[in-house]
Design a protein around this ligand. Structure first.
Ligand code: NAG
Ligand code: NAG
Ligand code: NAG
Ligand code: NAG
Length: 212
């Protein structure tokens, strides 16, 4: 009885700690993925300095901090003193956030959710891959990137124009790279954070890391 109980509690501890490490993994990948997107965006669009997007989770910003009237790409706004949040000038219940100048931790819930959802799939597939001792080759990168993209389609089917929603195989290489990067970041962080120790597996040996 006592041994059984011990075994049982050991299993619980095991489960809980690997859950915690999975959350750590996801959080780090989501954060790195967002920063990576910002860097790429800045280098591909050197003339664009901000990218304000609508958020439905902007009510917690203090109204008295919106002090600068400005015309933004989204219209006439009052801009927050941190320059990262704006409210429509004539409707203060409409809030925009500048995704390009926010760290992952600064993102409102609806936008961090997107990064986290992508990271979750990348991390899950990486873990499954190491556990099954898969080869981390081009084929693995492509099948996993397609899964990441399919999940994005599911999440965004009702939000984005139908014409913009293409299956993975129809995407340009540049578009595919966005999905591939999520996976490659997950592979790199798995090694860099030495997560293989906590998941009792080996580090990943990535064959052909063909994008940055
Ligand atoms: C964020 O917005 C979504 C959609 O409007 C809502 O369901 C959710 O409760 C909001 N979360 C917070 C923390 O405001
Ligand atoms: C909002 O900001 C004003 C001025 O800085 C401050 O007096 C007030 O306490 C703040 N309100 C909240 C809810 O933080
Ligand atoms: C302000 O925006 C909200 C959210 O889009 C909308 O529901 C509301 O009707 C708008 N109010 C006015 C006065 O236009
Ligand atoms: C998208 O719309 C379809 C049909 O209009 C609905 O069944 C589905 O639940 C919606 N999905 C989301 C994520 O809102």
């Amino acid at each position: 009885m006592r041994i059984l109980l011990l075994l049982f509690s050991a299993t619980i501890v095991e489960l809980t700690s690997s859950d915690i490490w999975f959350q750590v993994f996801v959080k780090n990948v989501a954060s790195k993925f967002h920063n990576n997107w910002r860097q790429h965006f800045f280098s591909e669009n050197p003339s664009i300095r901000n990218r304000f997007k609508l958020t439905s989770n902007g009510t917690h910003y203090n109204s008295s901090d919106f002090i600068y009237p400005m015309i933004l790409s989204v219209g006439s706004c009052l801009v927050h003193r941190n320059f990262k949040v704006a409210r429509a000038r004539y409707n203060s219940s409409i809030t925009y956030v500048d995704l390009l100048n926010m760290n992952y931790d600064e993102l409102p819930d609806d936008w961090s959710y997107e990064n986290r959802a992508t990271a979750q799939i990348a991390c899950r597939e990486v873990l499954r891959g190491v556990r099954q001792k898969r080869l981390f080759n081009r084929n693995f990168v492509e099948t996993t990137s397609e899964k990441i993209h399919n999940a994005w389609i599911k999440r965004n089917a009702n939000r984005t124009l139908k014409e913009l929603i293409l299956p993975y195989s129809y995407l340009s290489e540049i578009e595919k790279d966005k999905d591939r990067r999520a996976l490659l970041i997950a592979c790199r962080l798995f090694n860099e954070l030495q997560l293989y120790r906590h998941f009792k597996t080996n580090p990943i040996h990535l064959i052909e890391p063909y994008i940055e």
